[in-house]
Design a protein. Structure first.
Length: 395
């Protein structure tokens, strides 16, 4: 039995979350930052959470297969070369040795074979004896994992928590034969590495960049606009965006979705434990000048640390929010949310996930620093700006 009470929503519009434009973690975080003294999470729980993060669809095949019919599209039209071109990734550890030298990367049948081997990151498929895809669903890893490209671009070992900035979620959704031309136009307008987690709720489109899902253990609120805790956003994404067959309600947004049985809620604690275990990747050796970065640290402490505070890197842990005008960024997305303002984004792995700001409007860290120097009247010299950039590269 399924009961849905929603405003401005349709099953046809469910699609995967990709945050973090979304938030800082998008799908896959349950619970708030762990408080001092709380017991450590067991290794078994973290391992279970990894399985959920990588392979659990929460029953969202009802959307991706039964409604959008993307299983048919993939089987007939999507060869591996096309799949890689829209940012899908292949897990090299799931491939038999030497297989890439023997298969046709221009054949959709090869894509079906990869799905059968469970080698496509973030996709789960059931393939019958005649090599027809009978079910297709998505997991958290679709948007919040990538690979190290150790075999070739798009094929390598998994890097969980790294945002897939190559992934063109909108273009993938737009392959569905059931969508109208105007909706397809919206989806294809987003481009690689972006997603709008509210389009299916309010019909507006202000896409966000997919955020990293690592370095979240000390972060209390998991969205750019701090609408709720990590547990809140995880449930929102799993149910309203992925199309998972679970429960989510928020009276502030007029959303109340219930499914029986609930295939989501019981899996979230382990999933959150795994997400919290994902550490921020260190910057590559030689990627920044440590002497210059140390000068930049002093600039940061003087001009930035009042908002990017403590180990969390965000003053939102104490409840603070910032109006769009205060930060000089576009306010259209915030206006669609409960709080109508932005949270200070925690700084982690900045070297890894350009572009910056919620909407990707800053292409480089130098653009970020120049923006705030202008908007916040920081009065930094050109040398101080360069020093600060070098420090940010070390974060």
């Amino acid at each position: 039995m399924t009961m849905k009470c929603r405003t401005n929503a349709s099953t046809h519009h469910f699609f995967i979350a990709a945050a973090l434009g979304l938030a800082v973690s998008g799908c896959g975080v349950s619970g708030s930052a762990r408080e001092p003294g709380e017991p450590a999470v067991s290794a078994a729980t973290i391992a279970d959470g990894q399985r959920v993060f990588r392979f659990e669809t929460f029953g969202d095949e009802k959307v991706w297969t039964d409604t959008l019919h993307l299983n048919e599209v993939v089987e007939k039209n999507v060869d591996p070369t096309t799949a890689l071109s829209v940012g899908l990734k292949v897990d090299a550890d799931a491939l038999p040795a030497g297989i890439l030298q023997t298969v046709d990367l221009k054949s959709p049948a090869t894509t079906v074979a990869l799905l059968k081997m469970n080698a496509v990151v973030g996709l789960q498929a059931s393939v019958d004896a005649d090599n027809h895809i009978t079910k297709l669903g998505v997991t958290c890893a679709l948007c919040h994992s990538t690979v190290d490209n150790s075999i070739m671009p798009g094929i390598g070992r998994r890097k969980d928590g790294w945002p897939n900035r190559d992934l063109n979620v909108g273009a993938i959704i737009a392959l569905s034969p059931v969508l109208s031309a105007d909706k397809k136009a919206v989806y294809t307008s987003w481009g690689p590495g972006k997603y709008d987690p509210r389009y299916n709720e309010d019909g507006k489109s202000t896409p966000l960049v997919l955020p990293p899902a690592y370095g979240l253990a000390e972060v209390k609120n998991d969205t750019y606009t701090a609408d709720g805790t990590m547990a809140y956003w995880n449930a929102y994404v799993a149910v309203t965006q992925m199309g998972g067959q679970g429960n989510f309600a928020d009276p502030r947004l007029g959303i109340d979705v219930k499914h029986s049985p609930d295939l989501v809620t019981a899996k979230l604690p382990a999933l959150g434990a795994y997400q919290h275990s994902l550490a921020t990747p260190p910057p590559p050796a030689g990627s920044f000048d440590s002497t210059v970065a140390d000068r930049g640290r002093r600039v940061f402490e003087r001009t930035c640390a009042s908002c990017h505070v403590g180990g969390s890197g965000t003053d939102n842990n104490s409840g603070r929010l910032h109006a769009a005008a205060e930060t000089g960024v576009d306010g259209a997305y915030a206006a669609r949310t409960v709080n109508k303002a932005y949270r200070t984004t925690p700084l982690r792995g900045l070297w890894q996930h350009a572009p910056y700001f919620h909407d990707g409007s800053a292409a480089t860290l130098a653009d970020v620093v120049a923006h705030y120097n202008r908007v916040r009247s920081l009065g930094l010299t050109a040398d101080q700006q360069r020093d600060l950039v070098e420090y940010l590269k070390s974060r």
